[in-house]
Design a protein around this ligand. Structure first.
Ligand SMILES: C[S@@+](CC[C@H](N)C(=O)[O-])C[C@H]1O[C@@H](n2cnc3c(N)ncnc32)[C@H](O)[C@@H]1O
Length: 251
């Protein structure tokens, strides 16, 4: 039944047919099933949010405590449209990095309810800072209106949401920043092939010294492979059993 629902969704949304083909292809690819190897590797080098922040002299802040009333009102908005969409990334980490490093141009992939977008926007301290996010809706869910629902109107003047899949959305997003970004948060297509398409584009665009953060790197071995190919020594942060990969470009 869910497969039929997805098929109908793709037929009603033909611009995503290319995505359907890539999903089918990835089902038979062995490398997509590298979770055990990825988790073993990530576990072997992972540190907590607080260890990571201490190491990089970033003040670790707890979003829910700093912005308690915003958190509560956004939670009510998310509860009201509960679609069972993907949960929030490591928002304390993102919020802390943004608060401290004040990136001008932030690009994130994958929005869902918009918790990471909210944390980034709330971390901004100047009107010059901008966030561009890309997101395609969950296949077959009919959740288009709920994407980014936790972000209040008052924060949207510094935010642009591109509703498209990474293949088309990322080049559009990068164009809005003239091809250069100061912070990247990857949290959309978690497949090996999806990451291997997006990581190089985002890496190229990232300015030297800036942070690249990728969520759920325990899903498969893509983050490790990408870092190895580029000669990057990555760091891994674990919170609530989920692994986030991070590195600073050319540092
Ligand atoms: C885990 S959720 C994002 C959570 C969000 N970053 C947060 O922390 O609150 C992943 C989102 O990425 C979207 N997505 C998945 N594959 C995608 C693709 N190929 N292109 C664009 N968006 C995609 C999903 O539909 C979903 O909205």
């Amino acid at each position: 039944m869910p497969k039929i629902k997805s098929l109908i969704w793709y037929l009603n949304n033909p611009k995503y047919l290319g995505h359907a083909l890539r999903v089918l292809k990835s089902k038979v690819s062995k490398i997509e099933h590298s979770r055990i190897e990825a988790v073993d590797w990530a576990s072997s080098i992972s540190i907590s949010n607080s260890e990571f922040c201490k190491k990089h002299q970033i003040e670790l802040r707890v979003f829910k405590e700093d912005k308690s009333s915003r958190y509560e009102s956004s939670k009510s908005l998310a509860d009201a449209v509960d679609f069972g969409m993907g949960g929030a990334g490591n928002i304390d980490l993102l919020y802390s990095i943004v608060m401290q490093l004040k990136p001008q141009k932030t690009l994130e992939t994958g929005v869902s309810y918009g918790w990471s977008s909210l944390a980034i926007l709330e971390g901004f301290s100047s009107l010059e800072q901008r966030l561009v996010s890309t997101d395609m809706p969950y296949v077959g869910m009919g959740n288009d209106d709920a994407v980014g629902v936790v972000v209040p109107e008052g924060l949207k003047n510094q935010w642009q949401l591109i509703r498209d899949e990474d293949k088309r959305g990322l080049p559009k997003a990068l164009e809005l920043f003239d091809g250069k970004i100061d912070l990247c948060h990857y949290d959309s297509d978690k497949s090996y092939h999806g990451r291997m398409f997006a990581y190089p584009l985002l890496y190229e665009a990232l300015n030297d010294g800036c942070w690249f953060i990728s969520d759920d790197i325990g899903d498969n071995i893509a983050f490790k492979d990408f870092c190895k190919a580029k000669g990057i020594e990555p760091e891994v942060i674990v919170e609530n059993g989920r692994f986030v990969g991070a590195f600073r470009k050319n540092v």
